[in-house]
Design a protein around this ligand. Structure first.
Ligand code: GRF
Length: 193
């Protein structure tokens, strides 16, 4: 089986737990993708520390002039990009180079609690404030608009009356770790390159 080549892009404050589960899934013989490179904008983060132990190919591409071109130079040869804790909009040349082949994970059931400012603990605070009884996560394709591309997979979990944003975040994160590898398998079964 020829495996799709994946690049993971993490953010500056990356805890990197989703990157880690994708990296681990890629180690499985029957997983349809291989991890080619993991790109971080900073050389030091919680993720970068752990990544050294995972023995994955790491690249540091700081934000700044020609960011898009520099990103392309390290991941342009990949088939797919998985964003994991990456909060910025991507440069246009990345969107153009990987049309439909960029995935993101968001800690809510989109379209609820998406858009600018809706990230991390803000999302879980809003869910509790609204009194929702259910939340979850979404893996979706990236477009030029925040959190609006095609939904690939959603996983759900309950919101309990005594939840804090932190307890809820932890429950949703467990679902995220199931959802991301499942979503990769799903898109690759429809796009076998
Ligand atoms: C996750 O909650 C994900 O949904 C969001 O950013 C967070 C990243 O967590 N996009 P981690 O760095 O993968 O642990």
């Amino acid at each position: 089986m020829s495996k799709a080549k994946i690049a993971i892009l993490v953010g500056s404050n990356g805890r990197g737990s989703n990157a880690k589960v994708i990296a681990q899934a890629c180690e499985q013989e029957d997983f349809p993708a291989e991890l080619t490179v993991c790109v971080s904008p900073v050389p030091e983060s919680r993720f970068m520390k752990e990544a050294e132990e995972l023995e994955i190919n790491l690249a540091v591409v700081p934000y700044g002039d020609n960011y898009g071109d520099r990103l392309l130079a390290v991941m342009g040869h990949c088939d797919w990009v998985c964003l994991a804790g990456y909060l910025r909009l991507l440069p246009p040349q990345i969107l153009n180079h990987f049309p439909g082949h960029i995935l993101n994970i968001h800690p809510s059931l989109l379209p609820k609690y998406g858009g600018k400012g809706m990230y991390g603990i803000n999302v879980h605070r809003a869910v509790i404030r609204e009194g929702d009884e259910e939340t979850g996560c979404t893996v979706h394709r990236i477009t030029e608009v925040y959190d609006q591309g095609e939904i690939i997979i959603q996983r759900r979990c309950p919101v309990w009356p005594d939840d804090t944003p932190e307890t809820l975040a932890a429950r949703v994160l467990r679902e995220e770790h199931q959802a991301y590898p499942e979503a990769i398998v799903k898109v690759l079964s429809g796009n076998p390159e």
